[in-house]
Design a protein around this ligand. Structure first.
Ligand SMILES: [Zn+2]
Length: 330
């Protein structure tokens, strides 16, 4: 996650956390997840129609996915942060309430869940769906801070005032549950720390990392160019100066290896599937290292072909029905 205020690609949606996973949440994760509740409270004060989905802690912060008539942009962050400050200053308790499934469904239908009040005609549709994912027999709980009531199993910090320092960082878009067939939601990222010193240190570290970014330094020194459009990110095109460095390093490596008694071999870049099965990579890393390539233009073709097949199947079924009707009629 970057500390810049910009629209970015959302991280994939995490699977629903089990109660066991939740108990393992670190203190910082609890604090950050609590900040997500406070952010939702603030957003609802500004745009009461907002419907919230997932709001987990993530590496370096937290996010909350929402649907809202207002398109939230980084220009809104100051306003949202001001409302969050009020909620933190109020030092409301994160109060846990255990409810029956019937009660929870009724509250979701009235728009009360993930809201500051009942919202007639604006049911808490994502909360309703999340409720259906809670296994039968697992307790259903709410957490309430001030007027905000959320469907949540916790854990949180004790009070909103325990959130020492926070900052909203980016907006992104994400499909509900990470599935492109589902509605596209707004994902607001933020981060939170125990105190302002830790928060400031984090953003300072990000700035320093940006200054030392090899991609920036390498380009400035004329060592390489990166063309994300035609080649790809992380795939440098070595310019003359950079090529000298690469070759000098190769030479040093060869000399060092030779001095140590190594002999060099050369292998092809690719091999048959059997080789990766023997090496043990394929069975474990099929998804992460060797995913099937699908070009966007082919995806469109495939979808078109699938639509054609569906239509033809439908026509065939209609035709078969007509034939059987004619037969039974005669
Ligand atoms: Zn929660």
């Amino acid at each position: 996650m970057s500390g810049e205020n910009k629209t970015q690609q959302a991280q994939p949606n995490p699977a629903r956390k089990t109660l066991d996973d939740r108990n393992k949440m670190s203190d910082l994760e609890r604090l950050r997840h609590s900040a997500a509740h406070v952010m939702a409270t603030a957003i609802l004060r500004l745009w009461p129609d907002a419907q919230f989905a997932y709001g987990p802690p993530v590496e370096n912060g937290y996010y909350y996915d929402l649907e809202c008539s207002h398109r939230i942009s980084p220009e809104d962050f100051e306003k949202i942060e001001a409302e969050m400050k009020k909620e933190i200053k109020a030092n409301n308790v994160f109060e846990k309430l255990t409810v029956t499934r019937e009660q929870a469904i009724a509250d979701a239908e009235s728009g009360r869940l993930g809201g500051l009040a009942e919202r007639s005609g604006n049911a808490s549709k994502f909360k309703l769906d999340l409720l259906n994912q809670i296994p039968e027999g697992e307790p259903i709980s709410y957490f309430k801070n001030g007027d905000f009531v959320d469907l949540c199993a916790g854990p949180h910090v004790m009070r909103t005032g325990n959130i020492g320092a926070f900052k909203l960082t980016t907006v992104a878009s994400a499909y509900y549950k990470g599935d492109e067939k589902n509605p596209q939601l707004q994902r607001i990222y933020g981060t939170a720390f125990k105190n302002k010193t830790a928060l400031d240190e984090y953003f300072k570290m990000l700035e320093e990392a940006k200054r030392r970014d090899h991609r920036k330094i390498g380009a400035e020194m004329g060592l390489f160019a990166i063309d994300t459009e035609f080649v790809g990110p992380g795939m440098p095109l070595w310019l003359p100066k950079g090529t000298v460095l690469v070759e000098e390093l190769e030479k040093l490596a060869k000399e060092t290896e030779f001095a140590a008694g190594y002999v060099r071999v050369r292998t092809p870049h690719l091999a048959r599937e059997k080789m990766y099965k023997t090496s043990g990579h394929l069975p474990y890393y099929a998804e992460s290292m060797f995913p099937k390539m699908e070009m966007d233009e082919h995806r469109a073709d495939r979808q078109q072909i699938e639509a054609c097949i569906t239509e033809l199947e439908k026509q065939l079924a209609d035709f078969a029905k007509k034939i059987s009707e004619r037969k039974s009629g005669s």
